[in-house]
Design a protein around this ligand. Structure first.
Ligand SMILES: Cc1ncc(COP(=O)(O)O)c(C=O)c1O
Length: 445
């Protein structure tokens, strides 16, 4: 337990200055002077401590965190088990490079991933530093294992900012604009987006499969990479039956089904992994974010024979599976297991859905409430149409920020609020945060 962060941070919203306050404004000038402008900031308060569902800034303001650092601090910020395990590991040794001399933490995380990910077949993992790196490596593995080149992704997908993952990501601004040329052999299929296409899961899958068969050819495809609930693209939840139909088609055609659970995985949706909802068993699964409670760690986990298709030395990297990050992951996973955080995510989901449904009834600008567990969203459109309302979204977000509630937006059109609170947040704090969100809708009407 630390003095300034973790559970000692009072679980309250408290504003003592405007947001951002003078201390943050002063630091923003330094940021402007020394940090590249391309690195953006959603809410420019400089954080000095965090714990549970609260961030404390340099001016002494306490903000309610509905973003978890983009779905990372699922177990809470500076969670006790994460801090204890990482601290112990820091004092023991900080790095060897697993490819030079191995250590237990890496193997322990791989064993946990084999146990927790869907399916009871033999599984193996390789560890990396970021989600994008995991996605890149899943594609490398799929290509070697199948001897094929092509990769299928979906409309609204987000898979990262490296060269291959930029090609896989759908949205141009800000992720791709000017950064090409992009990697080849990446093909995009239509996603199931019930609000906008009105199709059943089976119909949407047939549409996507038709595109892949006609435009790529199943025999050329190494893998289909899909977010079971899309993250950055707008928390798009495919219609029931879509994922199983795509997975079945993959299996029938020797195409590997890769579930990108970097945002949706590790208890976020009320299950260990989002594909568990429909009993889909992926060939490969990519994880990051929530896996290590805030330390950088990512993984590709998959069928042992697929993972082992790659030649010795073909996978790795200097820092992949760093011992401190692995220790943090073991602490985070223990927290999830002992605290039944999947159950807590379902409870949080029920609370958020009730609040958001009421908000939708009061404000026709909200076209849809969607999501699962502690991964909920609302999409804003001009009432009675599907015309995205990004301007109102921005005004509501600005109001919430000014009142000390950290909310995140997303979506291809920038018109979606995504709510991703840490699972350690109390009901009281959540209710208070949604009081502010409700106030924001009324104040910006
Ligand atoms: C589904 C998904 N895949 C991949 C990534 C990329 O992860 P990272 O930012 O760690 O590279 C993200 C990040 O938001 C994500 O949500």
């Amino acid at each position: 337990m630390t003095e300034i962060g973790g559970p000692t941070v009072p679980q309250q919203r408290k504003l003592v200055t405007a947001i951002p306050g003078p201390g943050s404004l002063e630091r923003l000038d330094r940021k402007k002077a020394y940090v590249a402008d391309g690195v953006g900031t959603t809410l420019p308060v400089f954080v000095v401590a965090a714990g549970g569902g609260v961030l404390v800034d340099v001016d002494g303001n306490s903000l309610i965190d509905l973003g978890s650092g983009i779905a990372v601090t699922t177990v809470g910020n500076a969670a006790p088990r994460v801090v204890a395990r990482a601290t112990e590991q820091l004092a023991a040794f900080t790095h060897t490079c697993f490819m030079v001399t191995p250590y237990d933490g890496y193997v322990d995380v791989a064993a946990k991933l084999a146990e927790l990910t869907p399916g009871d077949h033999a599984k193996k993992s390789a560890l990396f530093n970021s989600g994008a790196e995991a996605v890149e490596n899943a594609v490398k593995i799929a290509r070697v294992a199948t001897g094929r080149d092509a990769v299928a992704v979906f409309d609204h997908a987000y898979h990262g900012r490296t060269n291959l993952t930029m090609a896989m990501t759908a949205k141009n601004m800000p992720y791709k604009n000017g950064f090409g040329p992009f990697a080849g052999e990446v093909y995009r299929a239509p996603m199931s987006y019930p609000l906008r296409d009105g199709l059943s899961g089976a119909e949407a899958a047939a549409r996507a499969i038709d595109v892949l068969e006609k435009q790529v050819g199943a025999a050329n495809l190494a893998c289909v990479v899909i977010e079971p609930i899309q993250g950055e693209g707008g928390f798009v939840v495919p219609a029931p039956g879509f994922l199983p139909a795509i997975a079945d088609w993959c299996r029938a055609n020797g195409v590997l089904f890769v579930s990108d659970e970097i945002q949706a995985g590790f208890c976020r949706t009320g299950a260990w992994f989002a594909v568990d909802e429909e009993s889909v068993v992926p060939d490969l699964i990519t994880t990051a974010k929530g896996i290590a409670g805030g330390l950088p760690l990512a993984a590709v986990t998959g069928r042992a024979e697929v993972m082992d298709a790659v030649h010795a030395g073909g996978l790795g990297g200097t820092y992949g599976g760093n011992p401190v990050a692995c220790a943090a992951a073991l602490g985070a996973i223990e927290e999830m297991e002992t605290g039944d955080l999947a159950g807590r995510a379902r409870d949080i989901g029920a609370l958020m859905r009730a609040r958001l449904d009421a908000l939708k009834d009061a404000h026709p600008v909200i076209a849809e409430v969607r999501g699962r567990g502690a991964m909920m969203a609302i999409e804003l459109t001009t009432p009675g149409t599907l015309e995205p309302d990004a301007a109102r979204t921005a005004r509501v977000a600005a109001y919430c920020h000014s009142q000390g509630v950290v909310v995140l937006t997303c979506g291809t059109w920038g018109n979606v609020f995504r709510f991703l609170p840490p699972l350690s947040i109390s009901d009281e704090l959540l209710e208070e945060a949604f009081d502010v969100v409700a106030e924001a809708f009324s104040a910006t009407a």
